[in-house]
Ligand binder design. Structure first.
Ligand code: 3AM
Length: 178
């Protein structure tokens, strides 16, 4: 199964994030992330054998227990590989960035012990669209969403289908509890 670890967002935040689509002029070649699929990825694990899942869960429980809930806010629109010629369009994290980085580092360390490769290029972002044709300039696009209380993260399975990925949360890890 294909797995990743992510923070879910409140319904209201997802609704506002979907509104960012309207700010972009050349929408032609963009595949938008479905509203219910919007999330903040902490770590992509990739293809994982089913018998490894309980070890992953055990490590993630320990990480969650060791992390207090925190607040993030969202700010502005960015792009990978860069803002003027974006292939991936995203909304940025403003407040709470350091906490998100810290949570990513803890997860990277925990998953490394299970043989997953560490990703050193982590950049907190919420993907809203992927550019299938050409490149899109998202420079200067403004967005703000205040005060999201992050009280958990999820282990999620991703099944790729021709009509888009299907994300299924397998388990929730409550911060401060595990
Ligand atoms: O939604 P975002 O962009 O944060 O891009 C994929 C998505 O992240 C990323 O994992 C998340 C859930 O699919 N992803 C997919 N394949 C990947 C890979 N080979 C990957 N990240 C790193 N390496």
């Amino acid at each position: 199964m294909r797995l990743f670890i992510a923070i879910d967002l409140p319904f209201e935040a997802k609704k506002e994030i979907v509104g960012v689509r309207e700010l972009i002029k050349n929408k032609g070649g963009i595949k938008w992330v479905e509203m219910e699929n919007i999330h903040l990825t902490l770590k992509f694990l990739g293809e994982v054998k089913e018998d490894k899942v309980s070890a992953i869960e055990k490590r993630l429980r320990a990480v969650a227990k060791d992390t207090e809930p925190f607040i993030i806010s969202l700010r502005d629109v960015g792009g990978f590989p860069n803002v003027r010629e974006s292939r991936v369009i995203w909304v940025g994290v403003e407040q709470g960035r350091e906490m998100v980085y810290e949570l990513n580092r803890k997860i990277e360390r925990a998953m490394e012990k299970l043989g997953f490769e560490r990703d050193s290029r982590f950049h907190p972002h919420i993907t809203i669209g992927r550019v299938k044709r050409g490149r899109v300039n998202v420079q200067g696009l403004k967005f703000h969403y205040p005060s999201i209380f992050v009280k958990s993260f999820f282990l999620i399975s991703s099944r790729l289908t021709p009509s888009g990925p299907i994300y299924t949360p397998l388990r929730e890890f409550k911060l401060g509890e595990g």
